[in-house]
Design a protein around this ligand. Structure first.
Ligand code: H53
Length: 838
């Protein structure tokens, strides 16, 4: 494409070029960065170059705020939130930064006048996929809200060289492709070599006496790795606050390198380097299904140790003492992935800073809080004691000591209850000893929370019930939320414009104000525009589907969407059984009346999760048959969109009519996709699970399609002996559906392909699909009826949006601040930029 990016005259100072906000200055800065940073003439530049130049132009405008924020935090007596998470699924930075800096329109204009289209440039950014799903994306939403609410906060995690794999679909199967997100460089990070920390691994411990003859333990590691901080700015929406996400990259310690190098052992030097760098090489692609691999524990300890050392170093520099650490730092553990923090903090305080145990324990407990995100027993992390012993020998000793003291207390509170001790112990006995990370996190924290009301209740009654008996006051609920800046304003700009036109723009910081939309519910012009916007969003998605899947879909059909990780408990295959049911009805009666539907799926399967991969294949196999069958007459279409990601989500949520939230009740801790759909005007078909329950409470029973067993009913049925076969025998449609799948109807030439899927349903059905099938199918019929009445549907859609205010992550973060962290906002005032004083 021919552009005139470099044709601007350049008669201004560098300073103005980097901070000025006029269209002319932005254009010039863009052209300058293309030339001086990308090193390209515009005639030779490609879209990546434009993206890079524009990112630097935007980053320059963030820096003054970022550095000022750091200065204020450095100078003032504040308390900071540290959010420790193995995953941060940030989504693309450029569009979000433009929105949060209120620069979107000016940059759009500047880019346009430079002969380019902003949306096309934004599409060049690789989606930084440093997370698997809900948990990682929640961390990103929280950072956005923390900065927007002007809370001093820092995210700590791992700078994976390879993020979540890219998914391609070949012959219907998922194929994983490495995610080389850093290959063109990352304009958003600043490397802070000066804050490098050392992390020890392996070796042994020994006792020694200090100058005063007091015994201490020290850890003699077998190797040391360096953690290099890579900082990314996190701007708040329309504030001066720019917080920091600090991600650690692992590199070989210099000493080690040199030792081998100097003795001529080049292979050894290289091996050490590789071993060290492997730690931050790749994100484990499992969501809710941990794999007990040594490297994973190394990753966890690596980023925890880096982060805690960093926190302590900064605190000591400012205050010169550690007894007041908990007054200035609140550390949140995002699931058990950073739970080793409890032992590492104790080690740092007791061994390195020679503090007495009781004092160190008081500080640790008052500093840490733990969020649990799952009820799935297999998802609760446990590490074998031998692995722990070889990798973290000192931590194992500390854990034994914590456990010993804790169990002694329990014994005095509940004498002679040996079973209770066994359940509460950090160490699981029998069948190979294991360290239970959830127990460690719960014992070492002052607060423990679940992520939706039902989830927290089930934690208290089930997974953590013995702990709840000991410390009921520790437990609290924090229902998840999502940021409306990315998920409404950025993802759905025309919709946001309509809302702002009607109720003003403050809803973006006070999402409850969406309620005001209810006053317009009878306004025909408003309702018309509401529908037109949805239609246009559907058209955009339809174009994408045509381009990527070569399937033409009808924008007047119901866009019925399920996007999330593929997991049996999320029941994508229940959705599929219903689709097959509809298809068979058409085959039986080709003239049957049916509200047209487009079933859209997206989501990745963990590469080692056989059944999840088979579900993807089954969706694609059914799509192949249904989409090609002339009898169907376009009444139903099935589409699997490859490589679901945050950026694809931004296209999908605004285009949905129906949101599928159909997990087995009691299995989905919260869900957050459900909230994104609701905010964008989709209606939900869902079970009473996770945050669905609260969404339904907010939007009203009449505006939510509810079906299925409750969590209590699921438990009761299992307890009484659930037999899926009964449903197969008694439900003719269900039987035919399963038989067709099992007989190879959708897999010509591979008769038994889907037999494992059907067998698992017929013989186990752990997630009760067969028990819920009829209720789901009946409820879907109600959805179809409701969609026929366009006015009724529009009213429901408006009410869903108007009543979605609770699900802003700003609300969630305020609750964390008040109930768990005890932190207050800190205003950042901008000082005029003066290079002489900087
Ligand atoms: O965390 C989300 C929840 C969702 C839950 C998810 C999650 C992961 O993504 C990974 C591990 C894990 O234990 C839980 O499945 O229900 O909404 C954020 O809380």
């Amino acid at each position: 494409m021919q552009t005139n990016v470099a044709n601007q005259t350049s008669n201004i100072t560098v300073e103005d070029d980097r901070t000025g906000l006029s269209i002319e200055t932005l254009k010039r800065a863009f052209a300058d960065n293309l030339f001086y940073i990308q090193g390209k003439l515009s005639i030779l530049a490609n879209f990546t170059d434009y993206y890079m130049a524009l990112s630097y132009t935007t980053r320059d405008r963030l820096l003054q705020r970022w550095l000022q924020t750091l200065k204020v935090y450095h100078e003032q007596d504040i308390k900071t939130v540290y959010y420790l998470s193995a995953e941060f699924l940030m989504g693309r930075h450029l569009g979000n930064s433009l929105i949060n800096l209120d620069l979107y329109e000016s940059i759009e204009q500047a880019v346009k006048e430079s002969g380019l289209d902003l949306t096309e440039v934004l599409e060049q950014e690789p989606d930084p996929g440093l997370g698997n799903g809900g948990l990682g994306r929640l961390a990103a939403c929280f950072l956005d809200s923390l900065a927007t609410l002007e809370i001093p906060a820092m995210g700590y995690g791992i700078r994976y060289e390879f993020g979540i794999f890219n998914q391609s679909i070949q012959h219907g199967w998922q194929v994983e492709i490495p995610d080389k997100w850093l290959k063109c460089g990352n304009p958003w990070e600043v490397v802070r070599y000066e804050s490098t920390v050392q992390v020890k691994f392996g070796g042994h411990t020994e006792v020694y006496n200090d100058d005063r003859g007091r015994p201490h333990t020290r850890w003699i590691p077998s190797f040391t790795v360096e953690g290099i901080p890579h900082d990314t700015p996190v701007p708040g929406y329309q504030t001066n606050t720019v917080n920091t996400l600090r991600l650690w990259k692992a590199e070989a310690g210099e000493d080690f390198n040199f030792q081998a190098f100097n003795s001529g052992d080049y292979d050894g030097a290289v091996a050490t380097k590789i071993k060290s760098e492997t730690i931050s090489k790749v994100l484990y692609p499992n969501d809710n299904t941990p794999q007990g691999r040594q490297l994973r524990l190394e990753q966890q300890f690596f980023f925890v140790s880096c982060s805690l050392q960093d926190i302590i170093r900064r605190h000591l520099k400012k205050y010169g003492r550690l007894d007041n650490l908990a007054d200035h730092a609140a550390v949140q553990l995002n699931d058990t992935h950073p739970a080793i923090s409890i032992a590492e903090m104790m080690r740092l305080l007791v061994d390195d800073h020679q503090m007495f145990w009781d004092e160190a324990w008081r500080i640790t407990q008052s500093t840490f809080a733990y969020t649990n995100h799952t009820l799935m027993p297999e998802a609760l992390e446990k590490w074998g004691v031998p692995l722990f012993e070889s990798l973290l020998p000192r931590h194992l000793e500390i854990i034994y000591e914590i456990n010993h003291r804790f169990l002694q207390d329990v014994q005095t509170w509940f004498p002679d209850d040996n079973e209770l001790l066994l359940r509460l112990s950090i160490i699981e006995e029998g069948g190979g000893k294991k360290v239970r990370m959830a127990n460690l996190a719960t014992i070492g924290s002052h607060a423990v929370n679940g992520v939706a009301a039902l989830h927290t209740e089930l934690l208290k009654q089930d997974v953590l019930r013995d702990f709840y008996k000991l410390w009921p006051e520790k437990f609290n609920n924090k229902t998840n939320g999502v940021t409306p800046r990315r998920w409404v304003l950025l993802a759905n700009p025309t919709f946001s414009e309509l809302i702002t036109e009607k109720i003003g723009g403050s809803w973006l910081k006070h999402l409850d104000e969406l309620r005001k939309l209810e006053t317009f519910i009878d306004d025909p012009e408003f309702r018309d525009r509401w529908r037109q916007i949805k239609q246009a969003n559907k058209q955009k998605l339809a174009d994408y589907i045509l381009a990527h899947n070569s399937v033409e879909v009808d924008v007047n059909s119901i866009f019925d969407i399920q996007v999330k990780r593929i997991h049996e408990y999320k029941r994508q295959h229940l959705d599929l059984l219903h689709i097959i049911g509809l298809y068979l009805r058409i085959k039986q009666n080709p003239n049957i009346k049916m509200t047209p539907r487009t079933f859209i799926f997206g989501g990745k399967a963990a590469p080692g999760y056989f059944m999840a991969k088979l579900i993807i294949k089954a969706i694609n196999a059914v799509a192949d048959v249904v989409n090609r069958d002339p009898d169907v007459h376009g009444r139903i279409k099935v589409v699997f969109l490859a490589n679901f990601s945050a950026s694809l989500g931004q296209l999908i949520y605004p285009a949905a009519d129906l949101s599928e939230q159909i997990s087995t009740a009691g299995k989905e801790a919260s869900g957050t996709g459900n909230m994104k759909f609701t905010m964008n005007g989709a209606l939900t078909i869902g079970t009473l699970d996770g945050a669905n329950i609260e969404i339904r409470e907010e939007v009203g029973d009449d505006n939510f399609f509810l079906f299925g067993l409750t969590a209590a009913e699921v438990e009761k049925m299992k307890y009484e002996g659930y037999n899926p076969r009964d449903y197969y025998d008694s439900n003719e449609e269900l039987r035919t559906v399963l038989d067709r799948l099992a007989m190879g109807y959708f897999s010509p030439g591979e008769k038994d392909l889907f037999k494992p899927l059907v067998d698992s349903l017929l013989h186990h059905d752990d997630y009760m699909l067969l028990a819920d099938y009829q209720a789901y199918s009946d409820c879907q019929a109600k959805v179809s009826d409701a969609y026929q009445d366009i006015e009724r549907w529009t009213t429901m859609s408006i009410l869903n949006v108007a009543r979605s205010g609770k699900f802003s992550s700003d609300r969630t973060i305020k609750e964390y601040c008040d109930d768990i962290w005890n932190v207050k906002p800190v205003k950042v005032e901008l000082e005029p930029y003066d290079p002489a004083r900087a």
